[in-house]
Write a protein of this length. Structure first.
Length: 131
């Protein structure tokens, strides 16, 4: 399944800006992890409560590819048959997918933050809160 992760060079919902140049570097740095099936796709209940580690019971799949089209970062996910696996009906419309990693930012005059260093740890998903 193909998922859009970020629009690059534009503030995201966390007011962070990921540059295209930085994400090209991140993709290059993760190629070995992807080839060795070590870049994982995991569930977290709330993106704002990131704890830093992937819990094995939350692993739902693996990342087969990260790539950029124009100014958008995408991933190709493969869902695994695990306890956190996702039913096919839930996949298409119900997931919020995002990057989880560590890095450094600089604050811009408009209050947004440009990410200047970034190490991708895993791709996470959560189900959106009911409206």
């Amino acid at each position: 399944m193909k998922y859009k992760l970020e629009t690059l060079d534009t503030p995201n919902k966390n007011n962070r800006i990921y540059s295209k140049d930085l994400m090209v570097e991140v993709i290059e740095n993760t190629k070995t992890l992807i080839k060795e099936n070590r870049l994982l796709f995991s569930r977290i209940d709330d993106f704002t409560r990131y704890c830093g580690d992937v819990r094995i019971e939350n692993i739902a799949g693996k990342i087969n590819e990260l790539y950029i089209v124009d100014n958008e970062l995408f991933c190709d996910l493969e869902f695994l048959n695990t306890s956190s696996g996702i039913s096919a009906e839930k996949i298409e419309n119900d997931l919020e997918v995002g990057l989880v990693g560590m890095g450094r930012t600089t604050e811009n005059e408009n209050g947004s933050f440009t990410v200047i260093e970034y190490e991708l740890k895993y791709i996470s998903f959560s189900y959106p809160e009911p409206k």
